[in-house]
Design a protein. Structure first.
Length: 233
């Protein structure tokens, strides 16, 4: 079947945003934060052994699609869900992070908020949700590693948006919060940005999600940050 360009763009938007916009799916509406995604795996996960320093990665598709090889490390737990925004992550933080009793949590979030996946969101609101996740984790003795967003100058599923300036502003806010509260910060943005304020071509196929080379850059940045956060306990 041949689609006119507007129809093709609309269909692409539906595919990319499906995890959070399935309004016709009664189950999705009732489980808006998608607590069911990891419920079974969380139930099977044993408590950390004495001395074990478990690390949970909380995020969206950039976290979920991370190389499975990286998560063969038994200390690392992937709790990313494609398409998710910060209010959804905040709602599932207890089930997917706190109740797993990690020593640290790595939070990479916000790009889908900027894309409007669950409706309009200001950077003040996004920042507040990220701060709330960090504060809840700290109350439970979990070290927080905050991540600057990966660069993007376009979203394939929201082609009218120009996200680069908004990402820069949100990253500035995240950095300032981390510095004020002496939290560990991971800068994915600086080594991955190109001269158009997007994701460098060698690190991505679609300008949003890292490829294998992009994830290698992220690993080089996040592992020393995790080590520093755990050493501060």
């Amino acid at each position: 079947m041949k689609f006119h360009k507007p129809c093709a763009i609309f269909l692409l938007a539906l595919v990319c945003a499906a995890p959070t916009r399935a309004a016709d799916d009664k189950g999705a509406v009732q489980d808006w934060p998608n607590l069911g995604a990891y419920r079974a795996r969380n139930a099977l996960l044993a408590p950390p052994a004495p001395g074990e320093q478990r690390v949970v990665f909380m995020g969206d598709s950039i976290t979920e699609f991370w190389s499975p090889e990286f998560f063969k490390n038994p200390r690392y737990i992937n709790r990313g869900i494609s398409g998710q925004t910060t209010p959804q992550m905040l709602l599932r933080l207890r089930a997917d992070v706190i109740d797993l009793h990690p020593a640290a949590v790595v939070i990479l979030a916000g790009t889908n908020d900027i894309a409007g996946n669950t409706g309009p969101a200001s950077n003040e609101t996004i920042e507040g949700n990220i701060e709330s996740m960090a504060e809840l984790a700290q109350v439970h003795g979990i070290q927080v590693v905050l991540c600057l967003l990966v660069p993007a100058n376009a979203y394939p599923w929201s082609p009218s948006l120009k996200p680069a300036p908004t990402i820069i502003d949100l990253n500035r806010r995240i950095r300032a919060y981390a510095e004020r509260h002496r939290l560990t910060l991971v800068d994915y943005y600086t080594p991955m940005v190109d001269d158009r304020l997007g994701l460098r071509r060698e690190y991505s196929g679609d300008g949003v999600h890292p490829n294998a080379a992009g994830y290698r850059v992220m690993i080089e940045r996040v592992e020393p940050a995790i080590a520093a956060a755990l050493a501060a306990r």
